[in-house]
Ligand binder design. Structure first.
Ligand SMILES: C[S@@+](CC[C@H](N)C(=O)[O-])C[C@H]1O[C@@H](n2cnc3c(N)ncnc32)[C@H](O)[C@@H]1O
Length: 231
């Protein structure tokens, strides 16, 4: 397993709660040496990946189950947005059957798969090169340890084992550290970034205690990258 790390001082003043997600997209795109024309983006959100694509494409299909995100996504005659859940077979077995893709992306979304094994098997059936980035259990490692919370995310090795069942792909782990000016800002980032998941694990009193006592001013993120070998 190839593991590396990056560090970034963030700038909350720009109201940006997706600094890491944007770094992830930048890295994902480094692994694309072709200029795919017909693109699928699973968990497309408000379109950060599409906005980062700097080549001419014929069609872009974005899938997301958050209507609010899709509303913010850029639109054009080349862009098809599907309001759908990647945990449901309907997406892969009905909605996507008429499309042919020459590249499949998914950035910072598949950690919310109910059954990653099944989602990988569905992606495999679409028969296109992939570049996937998935948050894993080293994300918020120290803060989870301080609060004695187990991560709800899969470990990097679990994801590695699963992907090997389906893809002939490179697998890389990248650890990010994001520094904050205050613990309060850091907790705000966790709440708003959409990375931590919606499951509330601490009650109000416990959260206050953690906010007071947490000794670090940075957050850790662990992301695995799975991408088809360059040809
Ligand atoms: C952290 S955001 C990343 C968005 C975008 N890919 C990016 O990199 O900026 C995760 C996205 O996955 C979507 N998502 C999570 N679970 C999903 C599911 N089961 N089906 C479809 N979309 C899902 C969320 O609505 C959200 O837009």
């Amino acid at each position: 397993m190839n593991v590396s790390s990056e560090f970034s001082k963030h700038a909350l003043k720009y109201g940006s709660y997706n600094i890491i997600q944007n770094m992830v997209i930048e890295k994902l795109l480094l692994h694309v040496n072709t200029k795919p024309k017909n693109i699928l983006d699973i968990g497309c959100g408000s379109g950060a990946l599409l906005k980062a694509i700097d080549w001419d494409y014929d069609s872009f299909c974005g899938v997301d189950f958050a209507q609010g995100m899709l509303e913010l996504h850029p639109k054009s005659s080349k862009i098809e947005l599907l309001y759908a859940d990647f945990n449901k077979d309907e997406l892969f077995d009905e909605m996507l059957t008429c499309n042919v893709f020459d590249f499949i992306f998914s950035a910072s979304a598949l950690q919310w798969s109910d059954d990653l094994d099944r989602v990988f098997s569905k992606i495999k059936k679409l028969n296109a090169p992939i570049a996937l980035a998935i948050f894993t259990s080293g994300t918020f490692k120290s803060i989870n340890e301080s609060a004695s919370i187990g991560s709800i995310l899969k470990s990097a090795s679990e994801v590695e084992m699963l992907q090997k069942k389906y893809f002939d792909a490179n697998f890389e782990v990248l650890n990010y550290k994001l520094e904050f000016e205050s613990t309060r800002e850091m907790f705000q980032y966790i709440k708003r970034s959409g990375v931590s998941g919606s499951r509330k694990v601490l009650n109000y009193k416990e959260s206050k205690k953690l906010l007071r006592e947490y000794p670090l001013k940075y957050l850790e993120f662990e992301v695995v990258f799975i991408y088809t070998c360059k040809r």
